[in-house]
Design a binder for this molecule. Structure first.
Ligand SMILES: [Zn+2]
Length: 190
């Protein structure tokens, strides 16, 4: 018995590194049949506003491909490293993030649906991994939660994080100074 297959559960293991197309013809002979695929690949860096994935660091994880009516479902997660710029002090900041994959491939998928058309019983995992990386990249990274920016004396951080607010603190918006007088007038009136 190969260490890569488990006849008991019908699970076959595969590994994608660069060629990410997986044949699901065998899998689709029985509903509910599942296949685990290990993801271990590198990709050219993907970028969002203030962060990007790192080309030299592997994207790792695993997905399960499961046979369903008229197709397969693919679910799992990938983990990757990113680098970017702190949104306050602009220093370099790096991190590791895990991002979910959840996709359905179906024969005759309606064009206006979220389903992916399944053709020739082949599933290309590459766009799924790319989408998961793009979705997981932070849009506004911080080097640390209490980063005060480059010169806190002169430019104090005005934006308070939601999670830094005390419990029970009023969520009312601060009064616009232009309307402050109006507020006094209103309270005198009553
Ligand atoms: Zn910072």
């Amino acid at each position: 018995m190969s260490a890569d297959s488990d006849p008991e559960s019908g699970t076959t293991r595969g590994r994608i590194t660069r060629h990410a197309t997986v044949s699901v013809a065998e899998l689709r002979r029985r509903l509910g049949e599942r296949m685990a695929v290990v993801v271990d690949m590198t990709l050219p860096p993907l970028t969002v506003v203030a962060s990007h994935s790192i080309e030299t660091e592997p994207i790792t994880g695993s997905v399960v491909i499961e046979s369903i009516e008229r197709g397969v479902t693919v679910y799992g997660s990938v983990r990757f490293q990113w680098a970017g710029e702190c949104r306050r002090c602009l220093d370099e900041v790096t991190g590791t993030v895990t991002s979910e994959i959840d996709e359905i491939f179906q024969v005759g998928a309606p064009p206006d649906s979220d389903l992916v058309e399944l053709t020739e019983d082949k599933v290309d995992l590459l766009p799924l991994v790319r989408d998961a990386v793009l979705a997981g990249l932070p849009l506004a990274p911080l080097c640390r939660n209490d980063c005060e920016g480059p010169d806190p004396e002169r430019y104090p951080t005005l934006v308070a994080d939601d999670d830094e607010q005390d419990e029970g603190e009023s969520t009312e918006l601060p009064i616009d100074p232009r309307w402050a007088g109006l507020d006094v007038w209103r309270s005198e009136d009553s």
